[in-house]
Design a protein around this ligand. Structure first.
Ligand SMILES: Cc1cc2nc3c(=O)[nH]c(=O)nc-3n(C[C@H](O)[C@H](O)[C@H](O)COP(=O)(O)OP(=O)(O)OC[C@H]3O[C@@H](n4cnc5c(N)ncnc54)[C@H](O)[C@@H]3O)c2cc1C
Length: 379
């Protein structure tokens, strides 16, 4: 065993869901340990557009957003593969900040709140026995009363536990790749654009310090058809959209290579696995075109924190903690994920995308309605 401490809460994965949960529970007076396999700060595949839903929550956690020089995004543009587009104001809007900066800031706040953050520490297994968890990590074995799994879209634990979405047959919703760059480019500060291409879409919006995030999602077979060469795929497939052709040919790339991830799945996931409470993408991932996964990850941390605190205070049983969390999560997010999957299927088809763009030009209220279906209120 690593030390004699029994932690109240162990959190596996230090993205937005895990870090936000660690701050809330440490501030409530509990002993919290968080495992993160990387070293802060680090880059991550993400479009870096955050819905305003989360603004107040982040400020309450202690993130001084205005001083981080975030961009304020108020307009949405969507184009089809040929470049035909609509543009309209976003009902709520959002802001842009890199994950490099945001996750690092949250990690610093968590440390100040007393969270033990173990960086470069991968968790390899979690076992529940006699009301305690044994957490096997690359830094030894740790003991905790509660464990939250916030290890993102796909991790070694998903594979080890053979979670349902891992063993599912390949289908239209479970074999995507994500690619991200930071660029400099002459582009409006208050606009987020989503440009479609064959079997994918690419977003661009401003983050801090005059940088823009350029991030796209596509199918693994799109990459395979270009001999697994990202640049070739960008030239032959993405650049068929004239907006993307212009961006890729005129922008200044700030990194030599993009950050990439593969095997992204939007299939359903279990919210509790052998008493481990799943939050963020580990609980279920909304399709990125909704621009809302980060807010959902943070909001889930808030509802699970309430239940964990009640359990640690001995006000409710473990069974009630798991049930209350599952019920609240489903009430808040299940329909949003469903709409996200429906939109993803729709954007997979070129003619349906073109139809959507035409409808969006003529009936902006339809687009507002769809955005509302995938977003929630401030929390
Ligand atoms: C292409 C793309 C674009 C997107 N664009 C947007 C957008 O513009 N706006 C938006 O709101 N959302 C967007 N999303 C979704 C958003 O990125 C996620 O919903 C969000 O990052 C979820 O946060 P999380 O904390 O659950 O997971 P993550 O941020 O992925 O954090 C998980 C952490 O767990 C760590 N980890 C994994 N396994 C282990 C282990 N075994 N031990 C220790 N650590 C481990 C990882 O290193 C990682 O840091 C996008 C997603 C994709 C794929």
């Amino acid at each position: 065993m690593q030390d004699d401490i029994t932690y109240d809460l162990a959190i596996v994965g230090g993205g937005l869901a895990g870090l936000a949960l660690s701050i809330q529970t440490a501030k409530a007076g509990y002993k919290v340990v968080l495992f993160e396999k990387e070293n802060y700060p680090f880059h991550k595949v993400c479009g870096e557009y955050i819905s305003l839903e989360s603004w107040n929550f982040l400020q309450q956690l202690g993130v001084d957003l205005p001083s981080l020089n975030v961009s304020h995004i108020k307009r949405l543009q969507v184009s089809d593969i040929k470049g035909t587009f609509f543009e309209q104001p976003l009902p709520l809007g959002g802001f842009g900040i890199s994950r490099y900066k945001l996750d690092h800031t949250l990690a610093q706040i968590a440390k100040q709140a007393g969270v033990v953050i173990l960086e470069q520490t991968r968790v390899n297994d979690i076992r529940f026995s006699q009301e305690l968890f044994n957490i096997e990590s690359t830094k030894g074995i740790f003991i905790a009363k509660v464990v939250a799994g916030s290890f993102g879209k796909r991790s070694n634990l998903d594979v080890k536990w053979k979670r349902l979405f891992i063993i599912a047959k390949k289908n239209k919703l479970n074999n995507y790749i994500g690619v991200k760059y930071h660029i400099r480019y002459n582009f409006p500060d208050d606009l987020i654009a989503l440009h479609n291409f064959k079997k994918g879409y690419c977003g661009i919006s401003k983050v801090e310090d005059d940088k823009y995030c350029l991030c796209y999602l596509t199918t693994a077979d799109n990459l395979q058809s270009g001999n697994n060469d990202i640049r070739k795929m960008e030239q032959s497939i993405l650049s068929a959209n004239p907006h993307l052709k212009k961006i890729f040919s005129e922008c200044e790339m700030l990194w030599k290579e993009p950050v990439t991830i593969s095997q992204i799945s939007f299939d359903k996931k279990n919210l509790v696995e052998d008493h481990v409470l799943m939050i963020g993408d580990a609980a279920g991932m909304i399709t990125p075109l909704c621009g809302n996964g980060m807010s959902m990850a943070m909001h889930a941390s808030k509802i699970v924190a309430d239940e964990i605190i009640k359990f640690l205070d001995r006000t409710i049983s473990r069974e009630a903690m798991e049930k209350n969390y599952t019920d609240k999560w489903n009430k808040l997010f299940a329909n949003r994920l469903k709409t996200g999957r429906m939109l993803q299927r729709l954007f997979d088809s070129q003619w349906l995308t073109t139809l959507m763009i035409r409808l969006g030009r003529s009936f902006p209220s339809l687009i507002r309605m769809l955005i509302k279906q995938t977003h929630g209120d401030r929390f």
